[in-house]
Write a protein that binds this ligand. Sequence first.
Ligand code: NOJ
Ligand code: MG
Length: 554
Amino acid sequence: MSPRHAPTADAWWRRAVVYQVYIRSFADGDGDGIGDIAGIRSRLPYLRDLGADAIWITPWYPSPMADGGYDVADYRGVDPLFGSIEEADELIREAHDLGLRVILDIVPNHTSAAHPWFVEALAAGPGSAARARYVFRDGRGADGGEPPTGWGSVFGGGAWTRVTEADGQPGQWYLHLFAPEQPDLEWDNPEVRAAFEDILRTWFERGVDGFRIDVASGLVKDHASPEPPPPPHGVPSYVVAGDPLSDQEGVHEIYRAWRRVADGQAPPRILLGEVHASSPARVARYLRPDELHGAFNFHFLRSPWDAARLRAVIDETLASHAAVGAAPTWVLSNHDETRQVTRYGRPFTGIRERLLDDGQPVDEALGTRRARAAVLLLLGLPGSAYLYQGEELGLPEVEDLPEAALRDPVWTRSGHAIRGRDGCRVPLPWSGTAPPFGFGPPGSTPWLPPPASWAERSLEAQSEDPGSMLALYRRALALRNGHPGLAGETFAWLPAPDGVLLFERDDGLRCAVNLSGAPVPLPASRTTLLRSDAADAGDPDALPPDAAAWYLDR
Ligand code: NOJ
Ligand code: MG
């Protein structure tokens, strides 16, 4: 099969389907129980055939893995756990041969505490140039024993840790918005800025097509607001206007410089931000023509399964992105958030603090129906779409992992109050009837145990089943990539009953999503392209609750 498009096609990101590979949990080539580059390479044809345009690979750099690799000790290398730099080069080449672009994950807010810069900063002492790369401050109170501000870490506990100085005495404090093993960098420091621009260039020269920027909105802090931002409990990341730790004006200049680096490549490369801001309009400010190419639409991801709420997010997204000339993006899940099959089956269907919703009763059949409808909404909208590995298999959140297996720092940092994000990171089931389900070679043990019930959800088990989640994703992606009605950026709402989202794209292609409690009639004259509900169930001329359809109005 030939690639769908040449890797130089213009503005490809405006409508790209980007598949997120959480490397630890995707596929394990060497049998150590941890996903790796060899595993990804073996599955590239699967991703191409599924209909992805690009893959975003979560951090593969050398790391002590205090936060699954989001604690980077060397931004230019590959951790031996995942492979080698030569394998990375091979992966990039093979992906390009298949017409798949490769997006890496860069982590500029913080390094690992094992990064040579931080090791140097600890040794060098207060006032040194080495400390000026990080956010070191003297403590408050008579003996400096109180943290410099009341800010909390996203993973629980305080955001400052006190160091022991060379003389053995308690000394300064350093800032970490996440775990203590992830010290925040000082982005006012020109040396930090220059180093990251150089890291971007290094990987662009290796052929990567772009970067997903971790905590993109968090690099600049407002030290004049020392009190903790609400809300108190945290998993990433609930930003309210006025939060001193996110969406500060100073970040934009950083991305203008990065854009110059990306635009200076041949062909130009792209930048996608993990932007947490208080509204889609605030997110769009990162997408002005001289800043980032895209940002994750967390407002869409977090929305409850509610027509009015979704419609409002869609409207705000389309309007604010159009105002800056940016393409909208849509996403339903990632490696930090509760999988949609589970959350759409809970009493509260949106995303808020895990403390409130984890462990609530789940109607998984209902959640699955909604997740099927939701992907037709996602892929029916104009712009770019992000898929998280395993959603095409309809994987649920695994809420009953044994406590001893939990690895997310949230679990320990929250004093075991919040189990954390491991439940959406369970290694993928590819084939077979027993663990490791083809995740690794026979006899290997995946780093988190997949439930026995995942035998039915493996790629192999779903491949020949036309009613499977996988079959729905395949058909939807094939239509999205091939049907002219979905190719452009045209979008218009049509009148519809309460609780129903109905919009038109090009060539009379319509997408209807029923979030009401009653069936809604579909026009008799239509040509159905795809439905999320079972083809043979019920009245063909009505869309049942929690179902969606794509059809031509003729
Ligand atoms: C956001 C990433 O998606 C998450 O997994 C990570 O823990 C934090 N940033 C900190 O790097
Ligand atoms: Mg491995």
